[in-house]
Design a protein around this ligand. Structure first.
Ligand code: ARG
Length: 565
């Protein structure tokens, strides 16, 4: 925070010997606040300036004309330390008072840049289980984070709507149900047919034969087969649509695997032209030994194309359609190899944007009781997890706040929020063991804790009424606890920028918890509404800024912020 302004003044103080950017990169936040809010270690400049670091620090301090945000400086050994001014901090916060943080950042770094986000990308006719939670909420959070910073995000649900499972399902429906029943029932029913198919096909291999024939008919555009295919898609989309509504997730495109049926040939032609295709036991592959990878299989011996073939076609299509700045694939780390192969093949093909494709990988989610293991065969449906979290949240709210007027809405917000939060708390790559009790704890590093703090601010503002910023006595928020909140508030956009840069929404999640913690520390030590109107104005202002910033941070990660709970 404020690194740019401070670096500018240091560069000037050096008489041009140090470049602004190099100073900015060198500035660091000391671990202990008694060492200042920012520190410049001068060791790295000793060589260029041919002086001892302590002397550099001293000379810079002497000729420095610091911006108003710097209250004082201190030379400590080879460090030049900066302490922010309380007045300037409060002033900066006051001038941010009417910024609508829920909509956009002050600095729109992404203007004119399109970022594609391939996320959620569910598979048709397979259950939307808890394994899809991370891709959905990480992708949606990145979408909002990029939008906030001025980028133009495009959310693509690359549906898994192609493959032999559709043939299997047709066989199952024909044997044990009919198309009208499937349409009338839900995804659970569809899935039960799928499960039954797999059980029975074990002892009856002719079923697989039949399934392949049906899939072939889908490929050939046969009317009957296509009618089934459409119903499967309809039932699945209806089900996932409900989940997306609850999670507040939207997509700009649902162009999935089947969309690329007629778009692969030109890509295969390029591959052929460039001599990249090799025949291997009748199949066409791109050999990648040189890069220590197994070959990338693109066309099977029977002529069928693959997941990777469709991804190549999708890359070309997206480049042409969106002229993107980056194309991010939010997909589990199990597909690391797939994306490494894909990006390498694209590069070999001379695909211009190959270097702008990125795999944003994440770890596995499992439930505390182990019920998610695929071996036990029991899948945990995401809707079940959400329902259970909401039910538990409702019980807690009934206990804690029996007067709450809209228990259902608050329970939905808290329950769903808790689940979303759990997938956005850690670095993406970490595996998650999900525990209902942990995520619904009101005192931990959880969504309910942040939501509760938001409601606490809302309540203070309801009680305190309108505040007059011009008549605020900022000394009332200039205690150590108060300034901690002010600094944290001013650091919001930094947190969002870091999240965008690293593709790690957890920086926003952690920011929200940190702000809530800091505000609560202030709240415990200071009555918001007191005798002195000037002081009350300042503290209400702090509560107001905390409330709107918490709402904005939660909003970015897809969690709603109730006014009371
Ligand atoms: N449907 C795939 C799955 O569930 C994910 C697709 C990811 N996107 C892509 N373009 N490959 O595993």
């Amino acid at each position: 925070m404020f690194e740019k302004e401070i670096a500018k003044s240091i560069a000037a103080a050096s008489g041009g010997a140090l470049a602004e950017a190099e100073v900015e990169a060198a500035l660091e936040t000391p671990k202990e606040s008694r060492l200042g809010d920012l520190a410049l270690p001068c060791f790295k400049f000793a060589k260029t300036l041919r002086k001892a670091p302590p002397l550099i620090a001293k000379e810079l301090a002497e000729s420095l004309l610091p911006p108003d945000i710097v209250g004082r400086t201190e030379v400590a050994g080879g460090y030049l330390n900066f302490f922010f001014s309380a007045d300037a901090l409060c002033g900066r916060l006051a001038s941010a008072a009417d910024r609508d943080w829920t909509v956009t950042a002050g600095e729109r770094e992404g203007e004119g840049k399109t970022v594609l986000l391939d996320f959620s990308s569910v598979n048709i006719a397979k259950p939307f289980h808890i394994g899809h939670l991370s891709t959905t909420v990480i992708g949606a959070a990145l979408y909002r984070i990029f939008a906030f910073l001025g980028y133009t995000p495009v959310g693509i649900n690359h549906l898994g709507d192609w493959g032999t499972q559709f043939g299997k399902l047709i066989v199952a429906v024909k044997k044990w149900s009919d198309i009208d029943e499937v349409r009338a029932k839900d995804e659970y029913f569809l899935n039960s047919l799928y499960v039954r198919y797999h059980k029975e096909a074990e002892s009856d291999p002719s079923m697989d034969e039949e399934a392949r024939a049906w899939f072939k008919r889908i490929e050939d555009g046969d009317r009957e087969a296509t009618a089934y295919f459409d119903v499967f898609k309809e039932v699945t989309m209806r089900a996932v649509g409900k989940i997306y509504d609850r999670l507040g997730v939207k997509f700009d495109s649902y162009a999935g695997e089947s969309f690329y049926n007629d778009k692969m040939q030109p890509c295969l032609d390029i591959l052929k032209e460039k001599g990249l295709l090799t025949l291997s036991e009748g199949a066409e592959v791109v050999r990648l030994d040189e890069w220590d990878m197994p070959p990338c299989l693109l066309v099977k011996a029977d002529g069928a194309t693959l997941y990777a073939t469709r991804d190549i076609a999708a890359a070309y299509y997206r480049a042409k359609t969106y002229d993107f700045y980056k194309c991010l694939y939010v997909v589990a780390y199990q597909q690391n190899l797939h994306f490494k192969q894909l990006f390498k093949v694209l590069e070999l093909m001379g695909f211009e944007k190959a270097a702008d494709m990125e795999h944003v990988a994440f770890g596995m989610v499992s439930l505390e009781d182990g019920s998610m293991s695929t071996r036990s065969g029991r899948v945990v449906w995401l809707s079940e997890v959400l329902d259970k979290a909401v039910e538990k949240a409702r019980k807690i709210i009934e206990e804690k706040n029996p007067e709450e007027a809209d228990k259902d809405a608050v329970a939905e917000s808290v329950g769903v929020g808790a689940v979303v939060f759990s997938a956005l708390w850690n670095n993406r790559i970490k595996d998650i063991v999900f525990s209902f009790d942990k995520v619904l704890n009101f005192d931990g590093e959880t969504a309910p804790y942040v939501q509760y703090t938001h409601a606490r601010c809302a309540s203070a503002l309801r009680k305190g009424g309108d505040f007059d910023l011009a008549a605020a006595d900022m000394r009332a928020i200039s205690s150590e606890e108060g300034l901690d909140v002010v600094k944290c508030l001013l650091g919001f956009e930094d947190a969002v920028r870091l999240a965008a840069k690293t593709r790690e929404p957890c920086y926003v999640t952690r920011y929200a918890v940190e702000l809530a913690e800091k505000f609560n520390r202030f709240y415990i030590g200071h009555r918001i509404i007191g005798e002195d109107r000037g002081a009350t104005n300042a503290r209400l202002f702090l509560a107001y800024m905390t409330k709107s910033t918490l709402a904005a941070a939660l909003g970015l990660i897809g969690i709603s912020a109730p006014e009371s709970m």
